[in-house]
Design a binder for this molecule. Structure first.
Ligand SMILES: NC(=O)c1ccc[n+]([C@@H]2O[C@H](COP(=O)([O-])OP(=O)(O)OC[C@H]3O[C@@H](n4cnc5c(N)ncnc54)[C@H](OP(=O)(O)O)[C@@H]3O)[C@@H](O)[C@H]2O)c1
Length: 252
């Protein structure tokens, strides 16, 4: 299995997606950095290139079904031009949005938006790219530790992440005959812009979460990114349909 094949990461302009794109590039993957704003993607491509890696930017809004198909076509054209003969071997569905609201305040629009990005997006990104994935490709969907434990006002977000886990398991069965393995990484609280940057900037919250975590702190984006990179490596080639939590042991 070629571990230096092309990897596509969604939501890769910042946060966990950016760290994952960089980690995969460090391990030799050619990376398609997909972000809603192509300027964000280009900035990450520049970082990877400056580090000696290879990457291409791609505009991709996973909530836009027609846009996913256009992005797919643009990605294939860019691959044919820059990396002819190569196929996509790794797909990381990282793009996601949080929703922090008690039930009385959740609107239908917010519910639909959360599921459009966190569940519908990954499904249709996989569907669009499936014919172009190599035999033995690896897909990683990013879930959350909140599908296992409860935190206040996160019911809709947690449900969306539970849905992506169920979807991953079913697709692992459906796509296994092509040697494609699909797994879920469930991060715990991690210091990014997520939830308004609270896990990075709110000292009190960080301390409280640290006290609830076996390893005593919140995670850093690189710690999730390297877990994703490990998951797609051939060392874990016999693992599919699984969920691995990467949380330092939050609320065990
Ligand atoms: N940080 C945590 O504590 C934590 C914990 C568990 C799970 N997660 C999950 O980890 C993933 C990454 O989160 P993060 O921590 O990196 O959060 P973040 O810093 O808020 O980044 C979210 C990323 O998702 C992208 N995104 C949002 N809507 C999108 C859309 N419609 N199309 C394409 N991209 C879209 C954002 O792009 P823009 O820059 O264009 O907005 C951004 O790149 C998410 O799935 C999140 O649910 C995070």
């Amino acid at each position: 299995m070629n571990e230096s094949g092309i990897a596509l990461v969604t939501g890769a302009g910042r946060g966990l997606g950016r760290a994952t794109a960089r980690a995969l590039a460090e391990r030799g993957h050619r990376v398609i950095v997909a972000a809603r704003d192509v300027q964000d993607a280009t900035a990450v491509v520049d970082e990877i290139t400056a580090g000696g890696g290879e990457a291409l930017p791609l505009a991709l809004d996973v909530a836009d079904l027609d846009g996913i198909l256009q992005a797919r076509d643009a990605a294939l054209a860019a691959i044919a031009e820059k990396w002819p003969g190569s196929s996509i071997e790794v797909l990381v569905n990282n793009a996601g949005v949080g929703l922090f609201a008690p039930i009385g305040e959740v609107t239908g629009e917010e519910f639909d938006r959360t599921f459009a990005v966190n569940v519908r997006g990954p499904l249709f990104v996989i569907q669009a790219f499936l014919p172009h994935l190599s035999e033995g490709a690896r897909i990683v969907n990013i879930s959350s530790s909140l599908s296992r434990h409860v935190s206040p006002a996160t019911s809709v977000y947690a449900a969306s992440k539970a849905a992506i886990e169920a979807l991953s398991r079913s697709l692992a069965s459906e796509l296994g005959k092509r040697g494609i393995r699909i797994n879920t990484i469930a991060p715990g609280p991690t210091a990014t812009d997520f939830n308004g940057g609270a896990m990075r900037d709110n000292v009190e919250l960080r301390h409280g979460l640290g006290q609830q975590t076996a390893l005593g702190r919140v995670g850093e984006p690189e710690e999730i990114a390297h877990a994703v990179a490990a998951f797609v490596s051939s060392d874990l080639r016999w693992v599919t349909g699984e969920r691995i939590e990467v949380s330092g042991g939050v609320l065990l």
